[in-house]
Design a protein around this ligand. Structure first.
Ligand code: URP
Ligand code: ZN
Ligand code: ZN
Length: 468
């Protein structure tokens, strides 16, 4: 099967020119003006952008969490991702206490294969690590293409590990050129604040945020950066939510440390003010780190613009507000009367490009190159996917989005593909969206029509990082 995308404005992280893109099989084979090739299919991209498919390096499909599981599986979640122009995700497999990394890896492969509509990679969450299990990290990196590990300084009793475990994982990753991803919040302090609030009868959703002040994120971010400096390893701070935490990353980078950070649309578009009234509707916005006061947003936008933060992912981890939606069990409602029992996480995998294009390119004057860098190229480089993915180049996978700047899209739970009964950005109209989405040469979305197939997505064995 061959496809010719004609006359579009080809945008990579550095290029911007009008050309035809010829795809044969799964890869881009030629890029030039007025290509003479005949193709099975011709897509007229005049007046549209031709950009590399989005890469979302932070998703949690079907993650067991808080007494339930994230409501999107690899089928529904990846179809939703593709609808919004994302053609690769990296999800988090979990090594649970008493279980091996291998078991976690196999479990996540089983969840994904036969279901994923787009290509996917896996990180490994570590909940314990000793001298006997350290070689398992080597196997994952060298044999399985799992080249990044996430550790938590939060969620005591579930995911939280101590500094020695973090340091041990960092040292081994330094030897393997693997990337360490850190969830940075001070879990011990937060646990005390949660207990104190609950004992005072402060049980509504907004107390989730009030129990996790930005200082707890700032402290943990500073600590894990220092640990990474001691271990001599690059560190990638996930879901940066606050100005304070971002400043720690900026300061480390100014010192020349290989410190990287992502933020997510929820921290750019939503604010504590959205749920400060204490009603249970606020459960929609419960995630960790929490949605912060509005003043943080402009600092995060600016950090993305000037490369103090390097990527935007979604931390897609949806839970329904009401029991019974598409047969799903009670989810956010588990925390009625006790905010600490509300499962943490928000939907977002479908709307990342919509939101960043609107907020970044249209409203803040970013170049299309910066947009592509943040949603595709930098994530590809950090996670060892570049140049196979993350760019429009001869020899790269034909993961391509034909982005129509004149195609308005109103975000709504009534029309979204995500398996969740609300959308945090309900009613927002964005002035651009994908006209066509191609995954390894195959058109998988034409406008709102899914033309792909679940199970066509492949597990990608990643290389080690190629730092941007
Ligand atoms: O609230 C969140 N972020 N849920 C997903 C798990 C995590 O910490 O990334
Ligand atoms: Zn996290
Ligand atoms: Zn997450």
């Amino acid at each position: 099967m061959s496809t010719l995308i004609k006359g579009g404005r080809v945008i990579t992280a550095v290029d911007d020119y009008v050309a035809d893109v010829y795809i044969d099989g799964e890869q881009i084979k030629a890029i030039a003006q007025n290509l003479p090739f005949k193709a099975d299919r011709v897509i007229d991209a005049t007046g549209k952008y031709v950009i590399p498919g989005g890469i979302d390096v932070h998703t949690h499909m079907e993650l067991p969490f808080g007494g339930t599981f994230a409501s999107d599986d690899f089928q529904t979640g990846t179809i939703a991702a593709a609808h919004g122009g994302t053609t690769t995700i990296i999800d988090f497999a979990v090594q649970y206490r008493g279980k091996s990394m291998r078991e976690g890896f196999d479990t996540w492969l089983q969840k994904a294969e036969d279901k994923s509509a787009i290509d996917y990679g896996l990180h490994m969450i570590l909940t314990e690590l000793d001298d006997n299990t350290l070689p398992d990290m080597d196997q994952l990196v060298r044999r399985e293409g799992v080249t990044s590990f996430k550790l938590f300084t939060a969620y005591p009793g579930v995911f939280m590990v101590d500094d020695a475990t973090i340091f041990r994982a960092m040292k081994r990753s330094a030897d393997n050129a693997a990337l360490i991803c850190m969830h940075a919040e001070n879990g011990g302090v937060i646990d005390l604040l949660i207990k104190r609030n609950l004992s005072e009868g402060k049980t509504s959703p907004n107390y989730h945020a009030l129990s996790r002040p930005a200082t707890t994120e700032e402290e943990a971010t500073h600590r894990v950066i220092k640990l990474s400096e001691m271990a001599g390893v690059p560190v990638y701070i996930v879901h940066v939510s606050s100005h304070r935490a971002m400043e720690q990353i900026r300061a480390a980078r100014d010192q020349g440390l290989p410190t990287y950070g992502e933020t997510c649309p929820q921290y750019l578009f939503l604010s504590y003010e959205d749920y400060s009234d204490g009603s249970f509707d606020g459960a929609k916005y419960i995630c960790s780190p929490p949605i912060r006061e509005q003043a943080n947003q402009e600092h995060l936008w600016k950090a993305l613009e000037v490369d103090d933060l390097q990527a935007v992912s979604t931390d897609h981890c949806p839970f329904c507000m009401k029991e019974g939606f598409k047969g799903l069990p009670k989810q956010k409602e588990l925390g009625k009367g006790d905010f600490s029992k509300i499962p943490n996480g928000l939907p977002g995998v479908e709307n990342r490009l919509h939101l960043l294009y609107q907020g970044g390119v249209l409203e803040r004057g970013w170049s299309m190159n910066r947009f592509v860098q943040l949603v595709s190229t930098a994530p590809a480089k950090l996670m060892g996917l570049f140049p196979r993915k993350g760019t429009i180049a001869v020899g790269s996978d034909a993961d391509v989005v034909v982005w129509d700047p004149n195609r308005k899209h109103t975000i709504s739970a009534k029309t979204h593909f995500m398996r969740v009964d609300y959308n945090p950005y309900e009613g927002m109209t964005v002035d651009g969206s994908p006209a066509y989405v191609l995954s390894r040469g195959k058109v998988i979305f034409e406008g709102d029509q899914f033309t792909g197939k679940s199970g066509d997505g492949r597990f990608i064995k990643r290389n080690t990082y190629n730092l941007p």
